[in-house]
Design a protein around this ligand. Structure first.
Ligand code: SGN
Ligand code: CA
Length: 534
């Protein structure tokens, strides 16, 4: 209908009802898609988790208060590049071709951005990109190089690369507001991606937040010391806070009392070494006292494991403090200029993250904390303020949702569904009852084995596969929300397990994936590439 409307107004001339074509076009909704890197819902106060109560995010919460909070938002493949490729294409990883972080995005594919661009939208991306190939369909891009750095990061534009002094989150915010204010073509609606690097590893806070949570004691998850005895993949991962974090790089621990020299840090050039002299001084001064206190305390093994958890959470939440300030600035700008009235604002993360659950950091697994993401949206007049939804939704749905609100037809190759019918907070009776998930990056960082599975409203079934591993897991999320009891061999769940197998088979047909038996041979061969990267 929109296209027809635009054509008619063109035919009627540009001054119908005192409005120019440009005016008309300007009425088409803007889309501001804000995505952080690795923001756990446990650290976003709208979701009420105890961690977030100690480190609240009032500005991010505003989006949910002005609009809708999705309580069952998930990704299809909990990893940065793959998640971004799914978000853009609306297709699962095995279809869009970006299965793991060593993939290169095929930019010739249709995405919601290319489609909106074709329909006259002004498109832009600022911040982390991580899809390797040059952004396609964007009028403007200014993206971080690869993962990007927290301090004095390098940005890539169509004109080349430049380094900007300052803190990544603040710079991305400045660039975003500057672009909206100064650079974009104001006769066109905009579709903009603002992609923060924070709170990605190695969790380097802004100078002003370096001591923000020093006196906060975060609640240690009940599963922090779990041994995961009934599951191989969970046992063999390399993402345990007290075993796999680098004491220098990740935890900023000093060598000894009185020193500011780090313990093990394989990549100082992306961290402490990038700072200016002034930044470095402030950084060292902020960590010195707390590191010295740690040395003086002479901690035993268990105490040290708990100390590491606190250091991890303090730094992680401090990086989010600057993200929260960023969102506050952007929302204020939209409100001040009146743009908020006609803009869909989305806040989400490229995946969830473990904040010590099962003893872990990072993501990848299909367990709740990493498969689930925060998801908030505001859109005055279209989304009722203060709504919540517990419908099962996925990042697979974004492309069709954004095209829907722009009045542009989705491509029939897209595999998600528009979230617009959920905007009132009601779930249509025929809404999906289960989600498909597939993690492909093995061998790889953190050694999480390949797996796929189905998450229903109550049960979860997953299949880990790779070489000698061929193992199923089953969880009852109602009785075991922390997913600590693999019930795959429990006769009590026989029927539910069979039902979930059936559901999984159905989803694989729907998403055009052959049954496991037809492709398992490919993964039986011993791996002959480089050794697992840690
Ligand atoms: C880096 C991180 C890993 C992380 C991957 C993928 N190590 O390699 O911890 O899992 O990125 O993250 S780091 O110490 O170099 O930061 S993703 O968000 O890009 O998928
Ligand atoms: Ca990420």
């Amino acid at each position: 209908t929109f296209l027809l409307g635009a054509a008619v107004s063109l035919m009627l001339g540009s001054c119908q009802a005192g409005k120019t074509v440009a005016d008309k076009q300007a009425e088409r909704p803007n889309i501001l898609y804000i995505m952080t890197d690795d923001h756990a819902f446990q650290a976003l106060s709208a979701y009420g988790h105890p961690v977030s109560q100690l480190a609240p995010t009032p500005n991010i919460d505003r989006i949910g208060e002005n609009g809708i909070r999705f309580d069952q938002g998930f990704v299809t493949n909990s990893l940065c590049g793959p998640s971004r490729a799914v978000m853009l294409t609306g297709k699962h990883s095995h279809i869009n071709g970006f299965e793991h972080n060593s993939s290169v995005f095929d930019g010739s594919q249709e995405t919601w951005i290319t489609k909106l661009h074709d329909q006259g939208y002004e498109t832009s991306v600022i911040g982390k990109w991580h899809l390797v190939s040059e952004p396609n369909g964007f009028d403007f891009y200014k993206i971080l190089d690869d993962q990007g750095e927290y301090y004095n990061p390098n940005f890539i534009t169509a004109e080349g690369e430049e380094q900007i002094e300052g803190y990544a989150t603040d710079i991305i915010t400045d660039l975003t507001i500057d672009y909206l204010e100064q650079q974009r073509d104001k006769d066109k609606p905009f579709a903009m991606l603002m992609h923060h690097k924070a709170p990605h590893r190695n969790w380097m806070p802004a100078l002003r937040h370096l001591n923000k949570f020093d006196s906060v004691e975060f609640p240690v998850p009940a599963t922090y010391f779990d041994k995961n005895e009934d599951r191989t993949a969970a046992r063999e991962q390399m993402m345990t806070v007290y075993r796999d974090m680098y004491e220098g790089h990740d935890l900023k621990m000093s060598n000894e009392y009185g020193s500011s020299d780090y313990r093990y840090d394989p990549w100082p050039h992306v961290g402490r070494d990038r700072m200016t002299e002034e930044q470095g001084k402030a950084w060292d001064a902020a960590y010195r006292g707390k590191n010295d206190a740690m040395h003086q305390a002479n901690l035993n093994e268990e105490e040290l494991a708990l100390w590491k958890y606190q250091r991890y959470l303090q730094d992680y939440c401090a990086t989010i403090a600057s993200v929260d300030e960023s969102i506050g600035r952007v929302l204020d700008y939209l409100e001040k200029t009146g743009l908020a009235e006609n803009t869909l604002v989305v806040y989400t993360s490229d995946q969830g993250f473990y904040l010590g659950e099962h003893g872990w950091f990072d993501k990848r697994f299909m367990y709740e904390e990493s498969m689930r993401t925060p998801l908030l949206m505001q859109f005055p007049g279209k989304i009722k303020a203060g709504s919540t939804s517990d419908a099962l939704v996925q990042n697979l749905d974004f492309a069709q949702t954004f095209l829907d609100i722009a009045g542009v037809e989705a491509s029939d190759k897209m595999q998600g569904q528009s979230l617009v019918p959920l905007f009132e907070g009601q779930t249509p009776a025929d809404w999906r009852k289960s989600l498909y998930y597939h993690f492909h990056e093995f061998p790889g960082f953190h050694s999480v084995k390949r797996h796929y599975g189905v998450r229903g409203e109550r049960y979860k079934l997953m299949h880990f596969y790779y070489q000698d591993v061929d193992e199923w897991e089953f969880y009852d999320l109602e009785k075991d929300p922390q997913e600590v009891r693999n019930a795959i061999n429990d006769p009590e769940y026989k029927e539910e397990i069979a039902m979930m197998h059936e559901e999984l088979a159905k989803l694989m047909v729907q998403y055009e994936l052959e049954p496991f038996d037809t492709w398992k041979e490919k993964f039986k061969k011993p791996f002959s590439g480089p050794k697992n990267k840690l």
